[in-house]
Design a protein around this ligand. Structure first.
Ligand code: NAD
Ligand code: UD1
Length: 339
């Protein structure tokens, strides 16, 4: 069924890829984004690639008046809520800004939705809510124990959503816990455009491949993993975007608030990623093994079977596809959308 969807944070990395899939699936899309970490060019690309138009409102979620005006102008069936700050290290330095933006911003959104009688929501949570898992793979019912302020903002929002759905039965809420989104749209014209030096592995590897950094520092070679480096569940950003399309399809039958892992279920080490990226680029990407990064978990990967059975969704793109698509984007956009 075609829906009218409000996408908060839709100009960002995962949001823009999801807008593309939403338009391709026939939905009408309106984006609210304060553009604090995004370039609106991402949405022009989405329009070019799909041949369809969307609306962008440059509005901050912390501005209830501006947000109300957007809801007044148009009716929405569902809200997909990506808007948030996401840098783990930064969140340890300016925690109040993270809590205010991610938690207060969500509260303003929920109040505005309520005021306009909209009760369907898909929320971007993160695997970071699990912290160090008691065993692997990670299932949705594992203990939630994030180890940094960013993760705690996500968990605070999860608690808020559960409490809201518990108190008001009209809400249908899906919380998607992404593992490690990576890669870019296969067209090469949509990708991740981080401001400043990225902290995440694949963007750093790709920037090193084009000579922006001398080498990649591999954080820790002494973990108890197959090659001593940390493992993660890297998931193609297009698979993540398609997870939202799958969630939308089941939202009308969802009562209350449900969490799903979006991961591949396949752990990859840092050296696996470097090998795949080096093959893609056609040369060895220089790296050096250095000491562990504080706060890193050794291993993290999803049990994605709940999403497979209930959302009829599973990731289909592998690490080589993530590297090939990330490289296509990086080669043509060494400075992101301003290239
Ligand atoms: P991103 O920074 O590219 O996108 C977030 C968007 O939200 C940006 O366009 C930004 O301008 C906007 N924004 C931030 N605060 C806002 C506010 N107060 N009002 C309006 N707009 C605001 O990040 P992303 O990688 O696309 O992540 C999207 C969501 O997924 C985030 O909530 C993030 O925490 C979550 N997530 C991301 C990852 C990841 O590795 N990328 C992993 C797990 C969860
Ligand atoms: C972290 C967060 C995650 C968040 C994501 C996006 C945790 C547990 N996870 O993921 O919730 O969504 O950031 O910001 O807080 N690595 C290197 N060298 C580098 C960079 C990374 O070796 O220069 C290694 C890391 O040690 C890790 C892997 O690469 O093993 C992935 O790191 P990264 O991309 O930063 O993501 P996470 O730390 O898993």
């Amino acid at each position: 069924m075609q829906q009218s969807i409000l996408v908060t944070g839709g100009a960002g990395y995962i949001g823009s890829h999801t807008c593309l899939e939403l338009l391709d699936a026939g939905h009408n899309v309106t984006v609210v984004d304060n553009l604090s970490n995004a370039n609106p060019a991402s949405l022009h690309r989405v329009e070019e690639l799909t041949g369809r138009k969307l609306n962008l409102h440059k509005v901050d979620l912390l501005d209830p008046v501006g947000l109300h005006a957007v809801f007044k102008e148009q009716h929405f069936d569902t809200v997909i809520h990506f808007a948030g700050l996401k840098a783990v290290r930064e969140s340890t330095e300016i925690p109040l800004r993270y809590y205010h933006n991610n938690v207060t911003g969500t509260l303003v959104l929920l109040e505005t939705m309520k005021r306009h009688h909209i009760h369907r929501l898909v929320f971007s949570s993160s695997a970071t809510v699990y912290g160090t898992p008691p065993s692997l793979p990670i299932r949705e019912n594992f203990p939630l124990n994030p180890t940094n302020p960013y993760g705690r903002t996500k968990l605070t929002v999860e608690h808020t959503l559960r409490d809201l759905a518990g108190a008001e039965p009209e809400w249908s809420i899906i919380m998607l816990r992404y593992f490690n989104p990576a890669g870019a749209h296969p067209s090469g014209s949509l990708g991740e455009d981080p401001t400043g030096t990225p902290n995440n592995l694949l963007p750093l590897i790709m920037q090193t491949a084009v000579g922006q950094h001398e080498k990649v520092s591999v954080f820790g070679g002494d973990y108890r993993t197959s090659d001593g480096t940390g493992t993660r569940d890297y998931i193609h950003v297009v698979d993540v975007a398609l997870g939202h399309i799958a969630a939308l399809k089941t939202l009308s039958e969802t009562r209350g608030c449900v969490a799903y892992n979006l991961g591949t279920g396949k752990p990859c080490t840092v050296l696996d990623v470097l090998k795949s990226a080096s093959r893609t680029v056609g040369k060895q990407i220089p790296y050096e093994i250095v000491k562990r990064r504080a706060g890193d978990v050794a291993e993290s990967y999803a049990d994605p079977t709940l999403a497979a059975s209930r959302l009829q969704w599973q990731a289909t793109r592998n690490l080589d596809a993530m590297c090939a698509d990330a490289w296509r984007w990086q080669k043509t956009h060494p400075n992101g959308y301003t290239s």
